[in-house]
Design a protein around this ligand. Structure first.
Ligand SMILES: NC(=O)c1ccc[n+]([C@@H]2O[C@H](COP(=O)([O-])OP(=O)(O)OC[C@H]3O[C@@H](n4cnc5c(N)ncnc54)[C@H](OP(=O)(O)O)[C@@H]3O)[C@@H](O)[C@H]2O)c1
Length: 319
């Protein structure tokens, strides 16, 4: 398998795995002051993030995902700082909140570009749909920004199959492809396989960007020995009681398969996603060790028997 691919039908050539920078940066030191109240615990800090960034580039992973709302803009600012003068691909997102209006888009884009210290963003994604926004109107505004050279490719996030079709059709009228839909997808969250999103992506030539590909760390197996993860994710079902017990056999199977290749459970979990040629996982990495380990998912393959055994072992999450 090639180590890069075209993102949807856009002109962007991306690695088969990216890096999620959601936890990077710490606006006003809030995460440092209240780590237990953040999603993933306290911040790692500039040095760890810089090393994670550099380790990713060393491994050929040059796609970084961020959003205007991550740490109140601090994640975009951190990426802008780290990527200064570097040849990297940045995917960002503009808000999808109830209060967001399509006509706010140009202002949002300018604010993101200023934080990212760039004249254009490689992939610009609508973070999540909301009923008060007309998707065709929004896509028209995005198309204007593509034509103005400020966006290289258009993406959406958390869109249903139907919403994707509407966005795709609206952009198509302007001769612009919808490049990607970023949704939650992992061995412990296989909804895209049954809600039509994966199928619509395949049919329309749209790449599925898989967020939380390690199920927020549950698939690494490091939280099975009684350790609780930092931050609010400790309340997620995969980290408690019966939910955690159900994850155990999945991690055992991942480890068993990984042993054949000298890889970890996490690397096999990421590889399972990569084996689907239209899926790009974007695992979050807090330091160089995690970034380098995740990038190793690009260096081996699974057999169809191994893929099938993982499919069978996680049927309970295919709902
Ligand atoms: N579009 C959306 O609505 C949306 C929503 C959520 C996320 N996202 C995107 O998806 C990205 C990834 O999602 P995520 O960060 O929430 O979940 P994830 O990738 O499933 O899990 C990341 C966490 O797992 C642990 N980890 C990562 N690599 C590891 C390794 N090699 N070994 C051991 N532990 C490792 C780290 O936490 P610990 O070390 O603390 O365990 C890390 O913060 C985000 O950064 C963001 O860009 C998008």
């Amino acid at each position: 398998m090639e180590s890069t691919m075209t993102l949807g039908r856009s002109n962007l050539q991306v690695p088969r795995l990216g890096v999620g920078a959601m936890t990077w940066g710490d606006a006003k030191g809030l995460a440092r002051l209240h780590p237990a109240k953040t999603a993933y615990g306290g911040p790692h800090g500039f040095e760890d993030e810089k090393q994670a960034f550099e380790a990713s580039l060393m491994a050929g992973v040059c796609l970084f995902d961020t959003a205007a709302m991550y740490s109140g803009g601090a994640s975009e600012r951190r990426l802008g700082e780290l990527a200064r003068d570097k040849d990297v691909l940045i995917a960002s997102k503009f808000p999808g909140t109830f209060f967001f209006r399509a006509e706010n888009l140009p202002k949002e884009l300018e604010a993101s570009l200023a934080r990212l210290e760039r004249n254009s963003v490689d992939l610009y994604q609508h973070h999540f749909p909301n009923n008060s926004i007309s998707i065709p109107q929004l896509m028209d505004l995005l198309a204007d920004s593509v034509e103005a050279g400020k966006i290289k490719a258009v993406g959406v996030s958390n869109y249903s199959a139907e919403q994707m079709r509407v966005a795709h059709a609206a952009l198509d009228k302007r001769g612009i492809p919808l490049a990607s839909n970023q949704v939650e997808y992992s061995l412990l969250h296989r909804q895209p396989e049954v809600n039509g999103v994966l199928e619509a992506c395949r049919e329309l030539g749209i790449t599925l960007i898989a967020y939380q590909p390690l199920a927020s760390g549950a698939l690494t197996g490091k939280y099975l020995n009684g350790a609780r993860p930092s931050g609010l994710r400790r309340f997620m079902p995969n980290f408690r009681g019966k939910g955690r017990a159900a994850v155990e056999p999945v991690v055992s199977l991942l480890s068993e398969i990984g042993e054949r290749y000298g890889k970890s459970a996490a690397q096999v979990a990421l590889r399972w996603l990569i084996e689907n040629k239209n899926v790009v996982p974007i695992p979050g990495a807090k330091n160089a060790k995690q970034a380098a380990a995740n990038a190793e998912a690009l260096t081996f393959s699974l057999t169809s028997a191994e893929i099938e055994s993982l499919d069978r072992a996680t049927l309970a999450w295919r709902v």
